[in-house]
Design a protein. Sequence first.
Length: 370
Amino acid sequence: MSVETVSVSLGDRAYDILIGAGLLARAGKEIAARLPRARLAVVTDTNVAGHHLEALVAGLERSGISVTPIELPPGEKTKSFDALQEVVDGILAARLERGDAVVALGGGVIGDLAGFASGIVRRGMRFVQMPTSLLAQVDSSVGGKTGINSSHGKNLVGVFHQPQLVLADTDVLDTLPAREFRAGYAEVAKYGLIDRPGFFAWLEENWRDIFAGGPARTRAIAESCRAKADVVARDEFETGDRALLNLGHTFGHALEAATGYDSTRLVHGEGVAIGMALAHRFSSRLNLCSMDDALRVEAHLREVGLPWRMADIAGGLPDAERLLAYVAQDKKVTRGELTFILTRGIGQSFIARNVPSSEVLSFLRDSLPA
Ligand SMILES: NC(=O)c1ccc[n+]([C@@H]2O[C@H](COP(=O)([O-])OP(=O)(O)OC[C@H]3O[C@@H](n4cnc5c(N)ncnc54)[C@H](O)[C@@H]3O)[C@@H](O)[C@H]2O)c1
Ligand SMILES: [Zn+2]
């Protein structure tokens, strides 16, 4: 069994991400080695629990670790104050102390919620991420952002709280719905497009093996974690470079909002895929990036089965003015000026401030299906 280790260098809060097949079964050993004598609360959702909770709990108990499972309904609605209260009460009812640990077994929803709970119960408990979606393995479990949604918007309430360990078992992705896997893949491609052109070229050649499982999947996830960990180590609290991780997200978030966050129409990674294609097209229109590179991005997204243009969204979109309003509402807007992640080519993205909204508007007009 080959396990790759990616270290997140954050001084005294540094931690390892282990990536590979079969890690769920080994979780007891890995956790006991780093958090001796810790008791655990395992937070999960009912989908993930149905596939993987029993095996995890059995393995942990074999290592002599006592476990309290806390199961929640699946879906974005679970990133709520009500669910937070349920998790916090569950941790306290199990009488866990600061030295004990909260484990998030699930996708980004569970990771963000359980991470937030672990960051505030007893002013901060230890935390282990066991991401089970591709998006969570390559993105949300790395970097220490935790939180829930508010009626005012997504991810508005939370804390930075780094885990002590991330265990990404690449086999658990076999039970993930195909659409969710593809959506997570958009974030993998994103790292290539940000600043790893060699990785993007490798993805173009090897994406089928990543979808099938095996060593290519492990390698792609490890490279993605390395890419994110690098950015996070440089800029933990997003005062600068970390914004590069938002490549494709300004347009993507606007499309998610414009489709009413209706996951039957568009899931996050699909919005990001279209957003990345648009970011390259827009960059090419501004004479920053070649049209060939923009076409190459579109071709790859299309080949893996991701949507890559606004016309791929079923059910119609609002007009360009309305879309621009959604773009401007995105939280990456400071004092009314539009900040975009633009690119000079594949793997050459950069933060562009003061992008004129008139340029964005005319670009959206020309990109919307007739
Ligand atoms: N903290 C961060 O830095 C960060 C970064 C990106 C995204 N996020 C957050 O992550 C969330 C999205 O994460 P997500 O895409 O993982 O969504 P999710 O947690 O809702 O998981 C997607 C679906 O897949 C199911 N699932 C997960 N793993 C499974 C498995 N192995 N087998 C079968 N079903 C499985 C879930 O039950 C759910 O229905 C959003 O709330 C977003 O805001 C956070
Ligand atoms: Zn994303």
